[in-house]
Design a protein around this ligand. Sequence first.
Ligand code: BMA
Length: 323
Amino acid sequence: MAKIIGDILTNIPWQEPNDDSVIWRYKNNPIINRNPIKNVSRIFNSAIIKYNDKFVGIFRGDTTTTIPTLFYGESKDGINFEFDELPIEFYNEDGTIHSIEYAYDPRIVKIDDEFIIQWCDGFNGQPTIGLAKTKDFKKYTFIGRPFLPFNRNGVLFPRKINGEYVMLSRPSDNGHTQFGDIYLSRSKDLIYWGKHELVMKPTWQWWQSTKIGTGPIPIETDEGWVLLYHGVTKTCNGLCYSIGGALLDIDNPSKVLHRTDSYMLTPEEDYEMVGFVPNVIFPVATLSDSKTGRIAIYYGAADTYVGLAFSEINRLIEFIKRN
Ligand code: BMA
């Protein structure tokens, strides 16, 4: 039996499965609908984490100017969220305002006593990774940009490994990138990054043959790091995004122990197949309970909604090893 190494979070959202699926959807999906707040058309691809007695999130909101930016929201149950109507304001270390060009696909992780936010950040009009920190979800301090453009899907591990911060990312281009591998980089201070290594490339299975990119913050278990990722295929109708999984070595996470040949979740529901960008399932965050092994997965659906799904650590690891 695999064990999650992490906090006991007994009140995460949960629904029992109806069958032996590795990942199953919440029955009342989507949990966030169109036009969720004033001047925001769609909230999707968003990050949720436990903070004190509530669940808080950094949400990607595509505004009515069509520019994506980041909003704060919170919830008692991890399902019904209330949002601030104004975007998050970031400050530089010297107290001046750090202005954001555009910001999307945030992730959030707690390392020691700080929450670190990672997102795709417009840098002179070109995408790369931005990092910021907060202790209270009120004051946000911009840390910097680990890499030059073009890069996306920067995802930190939830603790230092051998004394260093470790981040996965996907070097890309300035458009709707038609290629993409997952790389790993290390840093002693979150500012200077190096020791880059390749982790995974696309494979011959069509669902993950065009590009791949990291999803949520990896989950630590006694069998290795569980990594959920998106795998993309090209069709006559555009790109299609599904969820895959891998198990990475605990001390050297550039080493892939197991990886799925088959997808674990692919667009099948109306809210995943019809929307601003059809056929997209984009996993961004998980909440997991080390006591029961339950996992709640938050994903963007069709670049329009937030969907919720569930898994359980033994099923997940079994599937990753066998498929
Ligand atoms: C990717 C990112 C995601 C988006 C996906 C599908 O390149 O921009 O934000 O969900 O495309 O459109």
